[in-house]
Design a protein around this ligand. Structure first.
Ligand SMILES: [Zn+2]
Length: 93
């Protein structure tokens, strides 16, 4: 399951907006899902991921935003590995 909240924390407080975009990093070989964001925090998370890429904390590649489909479709697949990645990136944000 995807998180039901935006992945951003601001001043220590979790954003309460529902997620509108799935954020992923497309590297040469793979695509990594790193989190979800509301429309408001799209730029924030893009910038943050850019910084994390410079530090080497997240995979290099193009940062992509995909509109989150309403729950009930099975367009978004997730496996346990992705969820672990998601959690570790969320801890860094
Ligand atoms: Zn947000």
């Amino acid at each position: 399951m995807l998180p039901d909240r935006c992945s951003i924390k601001e001043k220590g407080r979790q954003c309460v907006n529902p997620p509108e975009f799935v954020i992923s990093i497309a590297s040469e070989k793979d695509e990594y899902m790193v989190g979800v964001t509301c429309n408001k925090h799209r730029q924030t998370i893009h910038q943050k991921l850019g910084e994390l890429q410079k530090e080497g904390s997240v995979p290099q590649g193009q940062i992509k935003f995909e509109i989150l489909k309403p729950i009930g479709t099975d367009c978004i697949k997730s496996d346990p590995d992705e969820l672990i990645q998601l959690k570790s990136v969320r801890d860094m944000l």
